[in-house]
Design a protein around this ligand. Structure first.
Ligand code: 0PR
Length: 377
C-alpha cells in the first residue's frame, strides 16, 4: 500500500486501466453470467452496507430475502419453502449436501450424482469428507437411472439431479429420480443453478421442482439467468427440518441462530435480486428466456448451414457443437478471432452459452469466424 493515499481521480484512472483489461461480454459465448439488469445494479448500490450475517440490524433487507424465498417457492411449487441467499451454485450445493449428510448419520457417507454434475461436487467430496459416486449418462446426456440405482448402498445419504447441466444444458429425468428417492427414503437435491430461471419460462418443459414429492432441496442462481448481481445464489428446502441441520448458535449477534455457510453476507445482492424479480415478473423473465431461445435456434440453424451440428438438440440456451478438435478450435477462436467459447469434456464439444447479452448480428459475425477457423485447423 502507498504511504499516502491517492486522490479520487488517480484511483479512478487505475480502475479504468484495470477495466480496460477485462473483456466485455459482447464477445463472450462461454459465460453463464451476463450484465445484471440496471435495476439490480441500482438496488445493489443502495444496500451496499447491508450485512445479512447480522440481519437483526437490517430488518428491511431480511424482509426482502424472505419475500424472494416466497416468490421462488411459488415459482417452484413449494408452499412450505425455506432457504436463504448464498453466493452461488457452489455454496448452495455444499450446504444442501451438508444438510443431507447431517440428517442421515452413517459411518462412511456417499452421495450419487450424475457424471455430468458441476465440479462443485468434487469440492464437496473434499470439504465434507463424503464419497461422491458418479452415475453414467446416456446418449442424450441425461443420467442413467439403472446406474443411479446400482450405486445406492447402505451408506448413501442422498441423490442429486441436474436441471440444466453446465456443459450441455440437459435436464435429468427428475421425476424418475424423485421416485427412486422416495422408494429408498433418500434426500434428493436438484442443481438448477442455471436452469432454475430458464425452465419455468419455457413454453414446455419437464417437471424438475418441488412439484415432485421426492425433491428435498434445490439450488437456483439469480446471478446467472436471473439477471441479478454477482454473487447471488439461492438454496431452497421443502422442510424447515432440513435447514435446521445447518444450524449454528450465534450467541452475541442480534440473532441467535445462523443456517448459512458464511457469516457476514451481502445484503446488496438480496436487494438486487428482489428488485429484478419484482421488476421483471414472470412476464419479463418469459420474454428474456424466449429471446435467448430464439437466438439459440437461430445459432443452431446458422451452424447447420456450415455443416456443424449440435451434440443434442438444445433444451435451453446452452449449445454443445460436434466439431473436430474442440480444444484447438477454442484456442484459435480466442487468440486469432477474439471470441471466448468453452469446451465440454464428455463428449468433447465446443460449448456455447447464449446469454441475453448476445444478439443476431453478433451470432452472424461469430459463425463467419467459426467457419474460417474450422477451415484453418
Ligand atoms: N451448478 C451448475 C449446474 C453450474 O452450471 C454452476 C456454474 C454451478 C453449479 C456453480 O455455480 P457458481 O459458479 O455460481 O458457484 N456454472 C458455470 C461454469 O462453471 C459458472 C461460470 C459462470 C463459469 C461464468 C464461467 C463464467 O464465465 O461454467
Amino acid at each position: 500500500m502507498n504511504e499516502n493515499g491517492l486522490n479520487e481521480k488517480e484511483v479512478l484512472s487505475l480502475l479504468n486501466k484495470a477495466k480496460s483489461n477485462d473483456l466485455q461480454y459482447n464477445h463472450v459465448l462461454s459465460s453463464m453470467c451476463t450484465y445484471p439488469h440496471e435495476i439490480a445494479v441500482k438496488a445493489h448500490v443502495k444496500f451496499i452496507e447491508s450485512n445479512m450475517g447480522d440481519f437483526g440490524l437490517f430488518q428491511g433487507t431480511y424482509n426482502m430475502e424472505q419475500e424472494i424465498i416466497k416468490m421462488l417457492g411459488n415459482m417452484l411449487h413449494c408452499s412450505t419453502v425455506n432457504g436463504y441467499l448464498t453466493t452461488g451454485g457452489t455454496e448452495s450445493n455444499i450446504q444442501a449436501i451438508r444438510s443431507m449428510r447431517n440428517s442421515h448419520i452413517v459411518n462412511d457417507p456417499n452421495i450419487v450424482v450424475p457424471e455430468s454434475a458441476h465440479f462443485s461436487f468434487d469440492k464437496i467430496a473434499d470439504i465434507l469428507n463424503i464419497k461422491v459416486k458418479k452415475a453414467d449418462i446416456d446418449d442424450e446426456l441425461k443420467v442413467c437411472l439403472d446406474s443411479v440405482e446400482s450405486l445406492i448402498d447402505d451408506n448413501t445419504v442422498g441423490l442429486v439431479g441436474i436441471a440444466g447441466s453446465t456443459e450441455f444444458g440437459q435436464v435429468d429425468p427428475i421425476s424418475d429420480l424423485s421416485k427412486i428417492a422416495v422408494d429408498n427414503n433418500l434426500f434428493l437435491h436438484i442443481d438448477a443453478a442455471f436452469g432454475g430461471f430458464v425452465l419455468p419460462f419455457l413454453p414446455k418443459s419437464e417437471q424438475f421442482d418441488f412439484s415432485l414429492t421426492g425433491v428435498s432441496s434445490l439450488a437456483i442462481d439469480p446471478h446467472k439467468m436471473g439477471l441479478s448481481t454477482i454473487p447471488s445464489g439461492v438454496l431452497l428446502f421443502r422442510d424447515m427440518e432440513d435447514l435446521i441441520h445447518l444450524k449454528a448458535d450465534t450467541p452475541y449477534l442480534t440473532i441467535d441462530t445462523q443456517y448459512t455457510l458464511t457469516g457476514t453476507r451481502s445484503g446488496a445482492t438480496v436487494a438486487a435480486t428482489y428488485a429484478v424479480m419484482k421488476h421483471l415478473g414472470n412476464e419479463g423473465y418469459r420474454k428474456i428466456v424466449s429471446r435467448s431461445m430464439h437466438l439459440t435456434d437461430y445459432f443452431v440453424k446458422s451452424v447447420k448451414e456450415i455443416g456443424i451440428y449440435p451434440v443434442i438438440d438444445p433444451i435451453m440456451n446452452v449449445i454443445a457443437l460436434d466439431v473436430p478438435e474442440p480444444a484447438k478450435l477454442r484456442s484459435k477462436l480466442s487468440k486469432e478471432y477474439n471470441w471466448q467459447v468453452s469446451i465440454a469434456q464428455k463428449p468433447a464439444a465446443l460449448r456455447i452459452v447464449m446469454m441475453p447479452h448476445m444478439d443476431f448480428e453478433t451470432i452472424d459475425l461469430f459463425v463467419g469466424d467459426l467457419q474460417k477457423a474450422l477451415d484453418e485447423i
